[in-house]
Design a protein around this ligand. Structure first.
Ligand code: SAM
Length: 284
């Protein structure tokens, strides 16, 4: 399906306003495919009709539905397993020492999609006896209300459950009914799900000792990555850890985080640096 320049402009601006995500011209062909489910729900056939509906402003929820349909929610359990190994072998043992006095661990999964990432963390922690008796909380947020609804259900198809976890993990942490796999209650109780834009005020429950923000920044432009960095910096404990996705970077010029040498995706707040150091132009 052809995407006219006018329709592309409307959809690109709408997505950017709602999420900070960009659709580059080279990816505009994706728009009709991504929106085909919404076309069916609305009983329309094409993008021009959708743009027309949007222009009437009659359905206040339509822009959010369009933005959600365009977001990439791809995820799976223990995505990039070596990153989780790194958490398990390096970050969590360090936090166990540094938080021994309070025995409290606060984690934020920012851009958690349908919940596989925070559940992977919950499985990791449940498998480590050192956390028993600790107050562990995982806050899991995503812009997409559909993704958050699915994450709260924590029930996965046979296809989804097989992506990333071993048969032993599947049988230990999930129960099966009619080919649908639901996460154990004790894992789900560790996680608080919230629909939230990463570019808005961070969720309550911080400062966070560990933040995972993986495969979310990929479609942000430089300025929006700065805004996200500022939010993440507001939310993280001064001695906390932030894990990004493979190949993701925060703008170095902002000076808010510095990479941990040799550690997959890990960055830490730069000592003594405050939000006020950001140039005014990149403030939210
Ligand atoms: C590709 S998924 C990554 C999920 C998971 N972090 C992982 O690595 O498997 C990206 C998620 O970021 C969410 N997202 C995109 N822009 C966002 C924003 N501005 N605020 C919060 N979530 C956002 C999308 O809805 C999507 O669920």
């Amino acid at each position: 399906m052809e995407v006219s320049d006018a329709a592309y402009d409307v959809i690109r601006d709408l997505l950017f306003a709602h999420s900070g995500q960009e659709i580059l011209p080279s990816r505009r062909w994706r728009i009709p495919t991504a929106l085909s489910g919404l076309f069916r729900e609305l009983g329309i056939d094409n993008l021009d009709q959708l743009v027309c509906l949007l222009s009437t402003g009659r359905d206040a929820e339509l822009p959010q539905r369009v933005a959600e349909a365009l977001l990439n929610n791809e995820t799976y359990f223990f995505r990039d397993r070596n990153y989780f190994d790194n958490l398990s072998q390096r970050v969590l043992p360090a936090l166990a020492v540094h938080r021994a006095a309070t025995r409290e661990l606060r984690i934020w999964s920012a851009g958690c999609s349908t919940g596989q990432e925070p559940l992977s963390l919950a499985m990791l922690l449940a498998g480590q006896p050192r956390w028993h008796g600790w107050r562990v909380s995982i806050c899991a947020t995503d812009l997409s209300s559909r993704a958050i609804k699915a994450a709260r259900r924590a029930t996965y198809s046979q296809f989804e459950i097989q992506r990333g976890i071993s048969v032993t993990e599947m049988l230990t942490f999930f129960s099966e009914q009619k080919n649908r796999w639901t996460a154990r209650g004790d894992l789900r109780r560790l996680i608080r799900f919230e629909q939230r834009n990463l570019l808005d005020t961070p969720p309550a429950g911080g400062p966070f000792d560990l933040i995972l923000c993986r495969n979310v920044l990929l479609y942000f432009d430089r300025q929006t990555r700065s805004r996200a960095a500022r939010r993440l910096h507001e939310a993280i404990a001064p001695d906390g850890w932030l894990m990004l996705g493979a190949g993701e970077l925060l703008p170095e010029e902002d000076g808010l985080f510095c990479p941990e040498p040799g550690n997959h995706g890990l960055v830490r707040p730069r000592p003594g640096c405050g939000v006020s150091r950001l140039p005014a132009a990149s403030a939210a």
